[in-house]
Design a protein around this ligand. Structure first.
Ligand code: NAP
Length: 165
């Protein structure tokens, strides 16, 4: 499976339950990579989507400790391990960890690739972070895109591979 994330210079990914940047080209890429696949996400990330609704045209597996949690269009599981069990049999390329911070941290070691949209800016108010892949043993950069500039920020698509898997 793979994970996909937008991170700033300091690997920050979120603030007060929301995203740090609005990047339309990145959103299109996220959609085209994950469409028709399976996404695994934490309950807080689900709540950050418009109307708290799951992503359309994708199987949404949501992790929560709340035993009574229910949301239309979502499969609810009680742990990251249970999410992987629910997704067993899914084609590796079609299984995506999409956040947030706690779910990335839990499942990153099991990801083969990390598709990181790396923003050349710092969001000092951020409160949620992704592990620093440049310092994590086993993770190597496989490809870096040309820069994209949008809404006043420049970013690149940086693909990492987990050489430990
Ligand atoms: N930049 C990006 O690409 C990106 C992507 C996704 C999200 N984000 C941002 O990340 C932030 C959210 O991240 P977050 O870490 O605060 O929340 P999160 O990972 O989305 O969700 C956390 C929730 O997931 C459940 N959970 C997590 N670990 C669990 C475990 N081991 N067992 C059972 N349930 C577990 C719990 O739900 P309950 O509280 O219901 O028990 C927990 O409160 C937001 O700011 C969001 O916008 C950024």
């Amino acid at each position: 499976m793979n994970c996909i994330v937008v991170a700033d210079q300091n690997w920050a990914i979120g603030c007060e339950g929301g995203l740090l940047f609005s990047l339309p080209t990145d959103m299109k890429r996220f959609r085209s990579l994950t469409i028709d696949g399976t996404v695994i996400l934490g309950r807080k990330t689900l709540d950050s989507f418009p109307g708290g609704r799951p992503l359309p045209r994708r199987r949404n597996i949501v992790i929560t400790r709340r035993v009574d949690f229910d949301r239309e269009g979502c499969e609810i599981v009680s742990s990251p391990e249970a999410a992987l069990e629910a997704a067993a049999g899914t084609e590796e390329e079609a299984l995506w960890i999409i956040g947030g911070g706690s779910v990335y941290t839990a499942l990153l070691p099991k990801c083969r690739r990390a598709f990181v949209t790396r923003v050349d800016a710092a969001a000092p108010q951020a409160d949620t972070f992704f592990p620093n892949l440049d310092k994590l043993p086993g993770w190597e950069v496989e490809a870096v895109s040309e820069p994209v500039t949008e809404n006043g920020v420049t970013y690149r698509f940086v693909d990492y591979v987990n050489t430990k898997l």
